[in-house]
Each structure stands twice: as structure tokens, then as C-alpha cells.
Design a protein around this ligand. Sequence first.
Ligand SMILES: [Ca+2]
Ligand SMILES: [Ca+2]
Length: 323
Amino acid sequence: MLNLMKGSCLVLLVFSLAGCDSSKSEQATEIVTLGSVSQCKQYSGLPALWGKSKTSGMVEITAGEILFGSNTGYEDERPFYQNKLKVNAFWADQTEVTVAQFKSFVDATGYITDAEKQGGAAVFIKPETDNVAMMSWWKFLKNVSWKNIDERFPALNEPVRYVTYNDALAYATWLGRDLPTELENEYLSKGFSDQEDIGPKSHGKITANYWQGEFPYSNSNQDGFKDIAPVGCFEANPFGLHDMIGNVWEWTNSVYKGPHSDMHMGNPQITRHHSEQIMTMTIKGGSYLCADNYCARYRAAARHPQEFDLATSHVGFRTILRK
Ligand SMILES: [Ca+2]
Ligand SMILES: [Ca+2]
């Protein structure tokens, strides 16, 4: 599998053995060194031990606690809980799920995504001026899907897009994994810090792919990516995870029910649903389309409702494996 790593990518081999008998339970992962443009552009999109280890491409996350939400963000982010909430240890994808990984799933299962069944997807089209109607930059384009973007097969090291909640969950289930709850996602984005929130800059330096300039018509491109970036072009956060903020929004397993204060009758862990009545799920982290002047949700505490069956340009996901 190492021959999938081109160039000078370094690999750290991590073994986690449960008990003395390794035949009972063994998890192994090789962490690709990403975090710069040269490294992400060389990445094949398939982590080492893919298909061999159930934690391939994953980072082991220690248990901890966070203040869930933010006192300085949008109204629906205001924390309901005065105390920090505990999160158990788990494994999480080092990067957003790539086109290469999703292709592996489709090749193995023959899975057909919702966008393919629906005959197209919602695509962001940049207008030339700001004199356009609100949301008119979204168009439903026929035949667009995870494997057909701008009439081409996307690069294997890009985050997979045009996947719905159903598609993301199907992929996670195939690997024996799950999607994170909103609390778990937020923990991955800020559980390493005492800060109440984490954004797309650190000490004045841009650390995520978002939109600089005036959305939706002027992108000054200070981060080097007007569109989507390959996964892992920006530095990892202290947990070792890339693009938790920006690039693509990420699906969670949590139903969006408005402000935190109204959710789950006081228990944020109760998030699973199997009801067709539920229409919107919570997405986290913001995307390459989030700008200072519009949707400043490129932050750990930010949240947004997303129709569970809508495939779009700016939503992807990552998986987790609970212990
Ligand atoms: Ca950008
Ligand atoms: Ca992301």
C-alpha cells in the first residue's frame, strides 16, 4: 500500500492492541503526513492499509470535554449547558472522505447515490456581480453527481461531494463505522483547546479553505483555492485532523432542531433517527463558500440545517469509529 504514497510523504505507523492476544482485536493505521499544498496534491486519496485495517486513515482521539456551542456566534449556537460535556474516546477520519475512498465503496457495492437517482444536484454557480437575487447562485444541474462534476470525473484526492446524508451513512456503514454526532464533530474541531470556538485563522494565518472577498461574486483567493481544495492542504489541528473547518461542510448524525436550547430534551447524545418525518440534519464546519460577509459559519460551534436528501457542491463528510 505504501506505493500509493507518492513523493516524500512520510508515514507514521500506529498499532493499538487490545489485550495480549492480538488475534482478538487489532487496529492499525498509517497516518499520511499532509498539511501543505505540495503534500496534498501528491496524495492518492486512499490512505494506507485501505481495505486491510478497520481504522485505515483514522486518528485516535482521546476522551475529553467541551463547552458545546458558543456565546459569541449566531443565536442557534448559544450553549444550553452551563457545564462542559464529556466525549468518549473514538477514532476519526484524518481527512474528509475522498473521491478515491468513495469510489472504492461504489466499486465494491454498486451503490447508486441519491443525486444519480434524482437526475442531478444543486450546484454553486458564481455570479459576475452582486446584483442577483438571494440564493440564485444555486442551480439544479442535470447529471451532476459525485462522479460527474463539470463534466469530468473529479480528482481522487478531493473531498467527495454531491452526497446526501443517506449516501454518507451508507458509506460509513459499509466500513463498520458511523457519522459523528454534532457534539462529536464539534469536539473534533475544538476539544484540544480552552478557546470557546475555533475559526479559519490562527495568529493571523489562514488555516482553512474558505472564501475571502465578497460572496458570491468576488473571491480574492488569499488562501489559494477559489474552489474546492484536495484534502489536507492546510495544517492539521492539534488532534491531527485536516479541514475540520472549511473546504466542505460535514454531515453529522444529529437532526437539526433549531437552537441548542430546544434540542433533545436536554440530552445532546440522543441524536439518532430513523424516521422519514425528519427532513433536516445538522452540518458542521463551513465550506469554501463561507465568507466574512455571508454565512460566517467557518467555525467549530457553527451549525446549519441541511435537507437530508439534497446533494450539493459544498457538503461532504468524515466518518468515526466509536470504541
Ligand atoms: Ca478559498
Ligand atoms: Ca470540512
